[in-house]
Design a protein around this ligand. Structure first.
Ligand code: SF4
Length: 414
């Protein structure tokens, strides 16, 4: 039997704007006659209205988990549970999505059925942690809900001071710019660090994110402790017939104003015969021209990845962009993947031993210095390493001659 809806004048306001409102979705669940979560959603709306009235949040953490795991459940207990008893426990289950976030409709239906049986019916595909967020479940229902997801073949993701589930873009499945096997990179890293994901024992969270090309659709530069981004090191491919067709349809002015002059390194010029000249040595792989002229321009053939460390969103010392620590790495063979995994192992080991509690990789690097970090993860200094995109190398020039010699030796050996 459904309880009476709370009055929600402030939430109602949020529905009046031009965009679809989350409030409408919550109300729809609260009006699902006969569903086990109906009263929970009615009280959730009541608590939310109360929060807007008092300008306070009323959720606090706690300890809730499933047998054999140390994380993966985000506990939420209400401080105003007496007033809104049906939503006094509103925990979230983080479930790892399939690689590339591809589902069959059958699986999604089964997931929704499980969540309607045990939870609130509220699902977010996907949270910034990379997981499917099944939001709103009581403590008693956490274990049976997880058991059924597990039976379907799904596992809990990371939460707390642990390796997180991470994210990879949809990649080659739907994007022609993909320069690496994003799903394989992601899956390889997740499988290797599953133990560190399920049993939080690190100083703080550690996130992998994998983007297939420098468009970086996963925002890995800004958000990942270890970002793996597909790129290429030979020349970009130019189809001059398509360039001419593009110029004919858009005009020379359009191409000069929107492509040529927007290249950050002036690496492009439009010839008199409407063909495009690309100075590949100066191209910094920003992807702008390729994104605009998708038929005419495409990524090169010699593909690999760039690895950055230390990106994060705001917490203690502000936002940090990842620093390039591996300018280019091939990822074709099993040995290449092993090298990537070993680098991740050294990094997480160093992070576990040297970071302070509640300190992200980027903050640790700021505190101990990049040189010490690179030494700790056994990476040789390379003049192609940069702190920020399109910036100069952070390699100091006072030992430049030695570095040039090392560089030449490595080049000769490769
Ligand atoms: Fe210039 Fe960016 Fe195109 Fe490279 S990818 S040529 S840097 S616009």
């Amino acid at each position: 039997m459904a309880k009476e809806m709370h009055k929600t004048p402030m939430l109602d306001q949020l529905e009046s704007g031009p965009w679809p409102s989350f409030v409408t979705g919550l109300k729809r669940l609260a009006q699902d006659e006969g569903k086990p979560y109906q009263n929970m959603m009615i009280d959730l709306l009541g608590q939310l209205e109360h929060s807007y009235e008092t300008k306070k949040g009323y959720w606090k953490g706690g300890t809730v988990g499933v047998i054999g795991y140390g994380g993966g459940v985000i506990p939420r207990f209400s401080e105003v549970g007496q007033k809104f008893p049906d939503s006094k426990e509103f925990h979230t289950l983080r479930i790892q999505p399939p690689a590339g976030m591809h589902y069959t409709t059958d699986i999604i239906r089964k997931m929704c059925d499980i969540w309607e049986r045990y939870g609130s019916g509220l699902v977010a595909f996907h949270g910034q942690s990379g997981d499917i967020m099944f939001q709103g479940v009581t403590t008693d229902n956490v274990q049976p809900a997880f058991d059924e997801f597990n039976e379907l073949g799904f596992d809990l993701g990371g939460a707390g001071p642990a390796v997180r589930t991470g994210m990879s873009c949809v990649g080659a499945a739907r994007c022609e710019q993909s320069c690496t096997n994003e799903q394989k990179v992601h899956r390889t890293l997740v499988n290797r660090f599953l133990d560190d994901m399920h049993r939080p024992a690190l100083p703080y969270k550690f996130k992998f994110k994998v983007s297939g090309c420098p468009n970086d659709c996963m925002n890995s530069i800004e958000r990942a402790d270890m970002a793996v981004i597909g790129t290429w090191r030979d020349d970009m491919k130019v189809n001059q017939t398509e360039v001419k067709a593009f110029v004919a349809s858009k005009s020379r002015k359009y191409v000069i104003d929107n492509v040529v002059t927007r290249c950050p390194t002036n690496a492009l010029s439009l010839n008199d015969d409407d063909t495009l000249a690309v100075d590949n040595r100066n191209c910094v792989r920003c992807m702008h021209c390729i994104n605009v002229m998708t038929k005419a321009l495409s990524v090169g053939d010699d593909k690999g990845v760039t690895i950055l460390m230390g990106g994060k969103r705001t917490l203690k010392i502000g936002d940090l962009m990842g620093t390039v620590v591996v300018p280019f790495m091939k990822l074709d063979t099993e040995e290449d993947f092993e090298a990537l995994t070993e680098l991740a192992e050294r990094t997480i080991e160093f992070f576990a031993e040297n970071a302070l509690e509640h300190e992200r990789t980027g903050e640790m690097i700021e505190r101990i210095g990049l040189v010490n970090f690179l030494e700790g993860i056994e990476l040789e200094i390379d003049p192609n390493m940069i702190v920020e995109p399109r910036q100069s190398s952070y390699v100091r020039m006072d030992t430049w001659d030695e570095e040039v010699d090392k560089w030449n030796e490595r080049k000769a050996a490769s």
